[in-house]
Design a protein around this ligand. Structure first.
Ligand code: PAF
Length: 286
């Protein structure tokens, strides 16, 4: 099987049109590349679910805030293509920013139409520090949906807030795509897989291991009957490496994202931290 690499929107649209005419269902996995086993699990799920699979690889400039890692975001297109080929992806769509947003367009909402999810769900958790991030995500994902016309789109539960926002966008805008959430994937030692893990030094990686340790400790205490989130919060903080900067550690209903003071089954425990200069997120669902 040979994965086809397409860079032009028109070529993807042409392929999709032919597939639709033949009655094939389409599974779509949007990514920013630097693919790891977490992405592979999404792609495999797409292969099981749909007749044809498209993976997009696009480091989307409009979802990065000032001072973030847009310029140094890892780019490994050759390895990514190899992985996609091994899994049996039909098409990789890897457009340039110019192809997606046009030439000489200032990437702000004076010159571009943006999708703006409701303020209350973007002005919390990751959106609190990443102003405009989820507008950028929703905008690019809607564009990618319009280009690839998927029946199913696959997103990791690691980005729980992103998943929630995109499900809401699909519902609110009556999009004809089913969002399929896929479980977070971890290294053997518990570290949640992330393309940004490549930034970590050995020392920082050891510090980062305490993130999942803290979450697993919360699960252990919850399973023993401790539901008070302030007790769970303090216990988790005591496990985290002291060099880690905590951005948030929050308890929310996984289905509604409402905050909760009492942990229950289906409570999302989500954390965002900085280890050195690297921002990492992780979560568990109780
Ligand atoms: O989760 C990601 O990698 C990105 O936010 C996405 C969904 C590919 C949009 O750029």
């Amino acid at each position: 099987m040979n994965t086809i690499l397409l860079n032009k929107i028109s070529d993807v649209k042409k392929t999709v049109k032919e597939w639709k005419k033949s009655g094939y269902s389409i599974g779509f996995v949007p990514t920013m590349g630097a693919l790891h086993a977490g992405h592979a699990s999404l792609i495999k799920k797409a292969k099981e679910t749909a007749d044809k699979v498209i993976v997009s690889i696009f480091v989307n400039p409009i979802q990065f805030c000032q001072g973030e890692d847009l310029d140094k975001y890892p780019k490994t297109l050759e390895e990514d293509a190899k992985l996609c080929n091994e899994i049996g992806v039909d098409v990789i769509f890897a457009p340039s920013p110019k192809e997606m947003y046009g030439e000489n367009v200032k990437l702000n909402n004076n010159e571009l139409t943006f999708v703006c999810p409701p303020f209350n769900i973007v002005d919390c958790m990751c959106g609190k520090s990443r102003i405009g991030h989820f507008d950028g995500v929703a905008t690019v994902v809607l564009k990618l949906f319009n280009i690839t016309q998927p029946d199913y789109a696959f997103f990791g539960q690691k980005d729980a807030q992103q998943l929630f926002i995109l499900k809401k966008m699909v519902k609110d805008l009556n999009l004809d795509v089913e969002i399929i959430p896929c479980p977070l994937v971890r290294e053997q030692d518990g570290l949640a897989l992330s393309s940004r893990n490549t930034y970590l030094s050995t020392e920082e990686r050891n510090q980062a291991l305490t993130i999942s340790k803290a979450l697993f400790y919360i699960r252990e205490l919850y399973n023993k009957g401790i539901c008070d989130t302030s007790v769970l919060f303090d216990s988790a903080i005591s496990v985290l490496d002291k060099n880690i900067d905590i951005e948030y550690l929050e308890f929310r209903n996984f289905d509604t994202l409402d905050k909760t003071n009492e942990a229950k089954d289906n409570t999302l425990v989500a954390i965002a931290v900085k280890v050195g200069k690297t921002r990492l997120i992780d979560n568990i669902i109780l």
